[in-house]
Write a protein of this length. Sequence first.
Length: 246
Amino acid sequence: MILVLGGTAEARSLAALLVAADRPVVSSLAGRVARPRLPVGDVRVGGFGGVAGLERWLDEHAVDAVVDATHPFARVISAHAVAACTARGVPLLRLERPGWSGLPDASGWTWAADVTAAARAAAALGERPFLTIGRQGLDHAVGPLADAHALVRVVDPPEIALPPTWRVLQDRGPYTVEGERTLMTEHRADVLVTKDSGGDLTRAKLAAAAELAVPVVVVQRPSAHRTGDVVHTVADAAAWLDRLPR
Ligand code: NAP
């Protein structure tokens, strides 16, 4: 059985490929989002209980291989996958979509090491930031941007109290350039803050920001504790699985 650690579009695509090929697969979701987009095939939801819990799960379900297709900013589960798979001798593949640093406009962006640094950079650049960094980590943005008129886009409502000048927009991609242009124009956004999530689903904001000459602040990916094979596309992940002995 193949365990796909998910929560991303790539994980859903991989699960669909494996189900179509009649390969036994279980997708795992953290359970953070109230109404997640579910992959096809079997799905389990919730943490494993640390490395030991994941090891137990691998044993109990006779897992032949793990594909860690989690989000580039979800580093804890990735580190746990490395530790548990190493301990149990289970082959592990990291499927990680490329970041946006190769896009034509990337050289003009301000790169920040973390959300706090990004929020400080945004505070220096504008007063009406458009924050697209997700719900987790928003608390780190509040201090530097407490007086700003921020538009915060999240899938689920934030769990912390936000400054009264901030406006929350609940929405979920994919987004279009036209929609992003309209949103940024209506908000009169003067700086965009994003994570280097990569992928196509949420990329339109970058094109819209370029058109509107809105400066962009990008939170760099956290460094990874990584061993083993890494691929960047779903097709390469499927090919890696095909090469495993059955
Ligand atoms: P994280 O900090 O790396 O993980 C924290 C804990 O959540 C893990 O120790 C694990 O709990 C549990 N967990 C995370 N992913 C899991 C999965 N796929 N299946 C089962 N348990 C999981 O993760 P995060 O940044 O909170 O992200 C949570 C999930 O949301 C990830 O699966 C990720 O793909 C998705 N996501 C994250 C972001 C982001 O910006 N961080 C964006 C989009 C989607 P135990 O220790 O109990 O096993």
